[in-house]
Design a protein around this ligand. Sequence first.
Ligand code: ADP
Ligand code: MG
Length: 301
Amino acid sequence: MKIAVLSRNPRLYSTRRLVEAGRARGHEMQVIDTLRAYMNIASHKPQIHYRGQALEGFDAVIPRIGASVTFYGCAVLRQFEMMGVFPLNESVAISRSRDKLRSLQLLSRKGIGLPVTGFAHSPDDIPDLIDMVGGAPLVIKVLEGTQGIGVVLCETHKAAESVIEAFMGLKQNIMVQEYIKEAGGADIRCFVVGNKVIASMKRQAKPGEFRSNLHRGGSASLIKITPEERMTALRAAKAMGLGVAGVDILRSNHGPLVMEVNSSPGLEGIETTTGQDVADIIIQHIEEHARPHQTRTKGRG
Ligand code: ADP
Ligand code: MG
C-alpha cells in the first residue's frame, strides 16, 4: 500500500516509528508536512498539492496532527477523505477530541464514567458552578490545553473563584471539574487500536505535582488494567469515533473515570514502557481496514 503520514516533522519519534514499521511491512511510506499540503477545493476532482505536485495513489493516511495546527490539519485530512483515502482517524473525530468539553459531552451521552464537570459563561454563576462540582478542591481546565498546560488545581473555594474570574475576564473558555484526589497524581493511558487496548501504562506525577503528564515530569510504568477499565477505554474510543486513541483514565473510588481521549497519542512513552511494537500494530490495523471511500462522515460535519 501507499501510506501518507501527515506530520510536521519526520524526525519525531512517533512519525519515525510509523514510517519504519510501514516500510518493514512492505509499504510505500511518505511523510507529508501538514502545513505544506495545499488544496484545490473547487474542482470536481478534489486534489491535494505538495511541493508543486498533485498527491496521487494513496491508500491510507495516518494523521499526526499537532494541537497547534488542528484547524489546518483537519482540513487537509478532510481533503484526503474526499479523495477516498482511508484515514486512520477521521477528521471529524479528531476535531471533536480536541475540544475537551465537546468530548466529555459525547462521552456522557454514552453513559461513560467521567469526573463531575461544569461549564458556565457568566461570572455571576461562579458560586453555583463551584457547588455543582462539589466545591473545592477542584480542577480548572482551559478547553484546548495540552500537555498539562492550562490545568490548575484550586485548593480552596476562594482560590477557585478568583482563578475562574480571571479566566473569564480573559475570555478564555474553561471547564471546572471535581478533583479526583484518590487517584494520587496518577492516571492510566490505555492505547486503543481498533477494538483492542493493545498497551497500557500508569503515569505518576512527580512529587508535589498533581498532573501526571510526562511533559510535566511524570514517570511511566507498567500496569495491569482491570476488565472494567479496558471496557471503559474501548467504549470511550468508540464514542469519539476514533480507530486509534489514547484514553486517559483516573482510578476513582467509584470506578474508572475518563479524563480525556487523545486522537494522536504519542508512541515513545508507551513503546518504551511496555516493549510493545505499537507502530507495527497500527500498520496491521490499516492493512485490515483500509478500503477506498470508507470515511463514514465523507468529510462532512
Ligand atoms: P492535558 O490535555 O493538558 O493533558 P488533562 O485533562 O489530561 O489535560 O489533565 C492533565 C493531568 O492533570 C492529568 O493527566 C491528571 O494527572 C491531572 N488531572 C486532570 N484532571 C484531573 C481531575 N479531575 N482529578 C485529578 N487529577 C486530574
Ligand atoms: Mg492529558
